[in-house]
Design a protein around this ligand. Structure first.
Ligand SMILES: [Zn+2]
Ligand SMILES: [Zn+2]
Ligand SMILES: [Zn+2]
Length: 162
């Protein structure tokens, strides 16, 4: 893995450093992780790494186009190494699970505004919100145990308590 990272870092003009390699490894294992998760993961390989330096590495990787930052509403920014393919994300409203989905069109922008108002549009941000399969199953179970009127509020109560 390291030689690939070395090539990729150099290709975008970034110096090859231990922190950058550790963060790249952490990202490779955890797509769509937030910065704090990456800090924890990168510190396993590189305990001296400070959160600030991990944030700095993430900024550099995003700036160099090696990583992508996505910001689903209401969640911390998430990072991934799958870049340059205009893929979109399915996000679960309940548990926050994030899943990649190929763009149905391919190239950005895959949607055309009804009126571009003189803008040159280069991207349409597409996020598919819904309920993942696990959360649907959990809801169905709650529905069996309690009446449908209380199923929803008890599910929320457990979420807050957890
Ligand atoms: Zn879910
Ligand atoms: Zn993704
Ligand atoms: Zn698309």
């Amino acid at each position: 893995m390291e030689t690939t990272w070395t090539h990729q870092l150099r290709a975008v003009g970034l110096r090859v450093t231990r922190p950058r390699l550790s963060v790249l490894d952490a990202l490779a294992e955890r797509p769509h992780a937030d910065a704090d998760t990456i800090v924890t993961a990168a510190r396993v390989a590189h305990p001296a790494l400070s959160p600030q330096s991990v944030y700095g590495v993430l900024r550099a990787l995003v700036g160099g186009g090696l990583a992508r930052r996505i910001e689903p509403a209401g969640a911390p920014a998430l990072y991934e190494l799958r870049v340059g393919d205009n893929h979109h994300h399915l996000v679960c409203r309940e548990c926050g699970a994030v899943v990649d989905v190929d763009c149905a069109v391919g190239a950005a922008p895959c949607l055309t505004p009804s009126d571009a108002a003189g803008f040159v549009v280069d991207e349409a941000e597409v996020v598919f919100w819904g309920l993942c399969a696990d959360c649907q199953a959990a809801r169905r179970q709650h529905g069996h145990r309690s009446s449908s009127a209380t199923a929803n509020s008890s599910a929320i109560g457990e979420g807050v308590g957890a």
